[in-house]
Ligand binder design. Sequence first.
Ligand code: PHE
Length: 343
Amino acid sequence: MNQLDQLSQLQTQALDELAAAQDEQALEAWRIKWLGRKGLVPAAVKRIGSLPREERAAYGKAVNQLKQAVQAAFEARKQALSEAKLEAELKAEAIDVTLPGRRPQVGRMHPISRTLRQIYEVFAYMGFQIYTARDVETDEYNFQLLNFPKGHPAREMQDTFHTTVPDVILRTHTSPGQIRVMRERHPEPIRVILPGKCYRYEQVTARAEMMFYQVEGLAVGRNITFADLKGTLHAFAEQVFGEGRKLRFRTSHFPFTEPSAEVDIDCILCGGKGCRVCKYTGWLEILGCGMVHPNVLRNGGYDPDEFTGYAFGMGPERVAMLLYGIDDIRYFYANDARVLPQL
Ligand code: PHE
């Protein structure tokens, strides 16, 4: 085979191998083999010096063409491979915007917190201030100053958590806050609500938890009447449960109010016709209330001949059960992730 045929064979081989190089690594190996300093193409160029003078011109021209062709093919291959690589990368990293999004879990306020805020708003609008009293109370404030002397039978309604300190207890209701507010001698008329946790050592049932909230209300002034109490509670019921609500006041007894009443609202589920929730009575109990007992006014520092007042105590869990249509109080504090998000 003459020199020129050898060159053309060399070129064919170079281009075949180049076409087989599928990635940058293979391409680099190919470059070193063919175009590197000790590569086959420079070797072919160098061979020119060993040829007889008369063959050099033709060989020189051919080897130059070969060198240029191989070089150009290399550049084109290099370009093609890098484009293919970029293409593959883009494809791999592509975001499929047609995939449906994943909804993030969003936390929200507990239904009892929401109900409390709703209650605060209604009373704030009527001029009540919010007073926070303590959870850990003394027997004196929780009972004695509220007209429950030691051994009074009404204490049995409020089974008490005692502490290791004698006469220091967890409050069984928010009513001791009445005495604490009165003793601070705010300008009359006093109009406050006292929300907070209460504790009773009770069997947990669908209607009773050991820890629950109350919102106490208290008004004290020079001419506050039972009519004011009724009007205030009626306004509250309409704001929270909707217009046209009916309230029913039933006589009751609390040691710290006289007269005392329990208040029912016409069943918001059946509209008073009678259903399972209202036990077919058409009424639902929502709170206890009454006129502040003269002894309690006196214990708070007010002369009952000059001052009168009313008080009420409601259970926000009860209100929330009605608003959310739940018939078991335990759902609120069981922290069941299947239940709370539904409310
Ligand atoms: N403290 C009473 C209870 O826990 C409720 C109440 C408050 C009643 C204020 C009358 C006046 O049952």
